[in-house]
Design a protein around this ligand. Structure first.
Ligand code: PNW
Length: 488
């Protein structure tokens, strides 16, 4: 639906681009950084689509000033990026030394952002667990150890950066960590019951245990922030969850139920627990005793442990009852409608089609259910075949422009026509980068990266978004422009 011309964004709306440390930094053995689980995993044969790893990525650890200049040129208000735990505490644990070079590096970057008027939006954990913790005690599988070590790491970051950083995300997409890392085994640490894929692991129990521990670690870090830092630092903190809209394949009762079941497994697992204080009953129905539970004391820490709803969303799935994919709540996903048409244009990523109506519906569902301001911390599109064409063609990324035209308008409609409280929007991603198991073939950037030269080329989608936010930004009223104090 076209927006009315006077539809603007709410005052103080934050927008900018998002990235994550392991996907852009490279320089994996520089300045006393320890190894992360993605270092080893991505170096194993067959784990990434192009056989490449994160050793160089977009070389942003060295080229951070170029990234900063790009952000400035784009005129963003904010930048979402993540800290590498292994740079801050190379061995990861609460009794292991803090690395001053790691602190210094992020200090320099944060100061650079602030000097350029860009608000840092910081993710503490974007999938790069220190390898030493995995080796020492099984990483996310070991509740007592990992909760303490993660909380300590978070505390070190609040102490080091919290005087200037006022926006914190504890964990990025716990569903991906648990299901893709410990269920399907396609992400680090690559554990799975499939012995072709992994020498150890148990896909029927470990994902639910890992998810449970991540929630607890997140909640403890938030407790520390709220008790020890928030009173003076006055920032906001929360978790960010991936989750796509689920639409019934048709209007049969079992497929209407299937769409809700899909939402329970993909979103409710983390959102019902963190925001409402319970696990979705349907998960217990399917998983029985394999679904862990919290003690009453733990639930008290978990419930309400996010100041906002952090939303990463990309697409919509048509849902049909049945199938034996437990990770999707025994729901079948498809993009093909009953009349054989496709839901929308297909991305390079097989799991992604462009369907902006789903974004609007998801914003409504989330706001109604969780009643919290929504921060969209990721949203984006990988253009099919973008790595196979010359740069001057790739930067004309019409399919991505189309995607962002749709999602930005859908967001504006959700805000103005549906009354949804959306306060931030971070397209994924500032740059093409290391797309995990897809290596460098799949590109999500609004900036093209030539991996031979590391030169950056703005794509049309960057230009579209910059213009769109300029047009829709609320201009401060005359009164707000007055200085806050006047000498008489
Ligand atoms: C997110 N899926 O990952 C991550 O937060 C980013 O690091 C990543 O680059 C981006 O989305 C694009 O993929 C996802 O299979 C990975 O549905 C996989 C899925 C969803 C999100």
């Amino acid at each position: 639906m076209a927006s009315l011309p006077d539809h603007k964004l709410p005052k103080d709306f934050l927008w900018g681009f998002a990235t994550a440390a392991f996907q852009i930094e490279g320089s994996t053995d520089v300045d006393d950084r320890g190894k992360s689980i993605w270092d080893d995993f991505s170096r194993l044969p067959g784990k990434t689509a192009d056989g490449r790893n994160g050793d160089v990525a977009t070389d942003s650890y060295r080229l951070w000033k170029e990234d900063l200049a790009l952000l400035k040129q784009y005129g963003v208000k904010s930048y979402r990026f993540s800290i590498s735990w292994s740079r801050i505490i190379p061995l990861g644990g609460r009794n292991d030394p803090v690395n001053p070079k790691g602190i210094e590096y992020y200090n320099g970057f944060i100061n650079g952002l602030l000097e350029n008027g860009i608000i840092p939006f910081l993710t503490l954990y974007h999938w790069d667990l220190p390898q030493a913790l995995h080796d020492r005690y099984g990483g996310w599988l070991n509740k007592d150890e990992v909760v303490k070590d993660y909380t300590n790491y978070a505390k070190v970051c609040f102490e080091a950066f919290g005087d200037r950083v006022k926006h914190w995300l504890t964990i990025n997409e716990p569903w991906c960590v648990a299901i893709l890392g410990y269920g399907r085994g396609v992400f680090a640490p690559g554990r799975s019951s499939d012995r072709q894929r992994s020498p150890e692991g148990n896909s029927s129990t470990e994902p639910w245990i890992v998810g449970h521990h991540i929630i607890l670690a997140h909640a403890h870090a938030v407790k520390v922030y709220r008790e020890q830092f928030k009173p003076t630092q006055k920032g906001q903190i929360g978790i960010t969850l991936n989750g796509d809209w689920a639409m019934p394949y048709d209007d049969t009762p079992e497929n209407i139920d299937a769409a809700q079941h899909a939402l329970d497994f993909a979103i409710g697992w983390y959102a019902d627990s963190v925001h409402l204080g319970f696990y979705p009953p349907y998960m217990r129905e399917v998983l029985g005793d394999r679904m862990p539970d919290f003690t009453p004391e733990e639930w008290e820490i978990v419930k309400g442990s996010s100041d906002f709803y952090g939303m990463n969303t990309y697409t919509t799935n048509l849902c049909r009852a049945g199938g034996d994919d437990e990770f999707q709540g025994n729901v079948d996903y498809t993009f093909t409608r009953p009349d054989e048409t496709q839901l929308g244009p297909q991305a390079q990523s097989p799991w992604l089609q462009d369907y902006p109506q789903g974004f609007r519906a998801l914003l409504n569902y989330i706001y109604k259910r969780y009643k919290l301001p929504i921060l969209v911390t990721e949203n984006g599109f990988s253009v099919k075949g973008e790595s196979d064409i010359p740069i001057d063609e790739a930067v004309k990324d019409d399919a991505r422009v189309h995607y962002f035209q749709g999602t930005t308008e859908a967001m504006l409609s959700a805000i103005h026509e549906d009354g949804v409280d959306v306060q931030a929007y971070f397209p994924w991603s500032l740059l093409d980068n290391f797309e995990w198991a897809d290596g460098y073939i799949t590109r999500f950037g609004v900036t093209y990266v030539d991996y031979e030269t590391q030169k950056r080329y703005p794509k049309d989608s960057a230009k579209f978004l910059i213009e769109w936010f300029k047009e829709h930004e609320t201009i401060p009223t005359a009164i707000e422009q007055l200085p806050t104090s006047v000498d008489i």
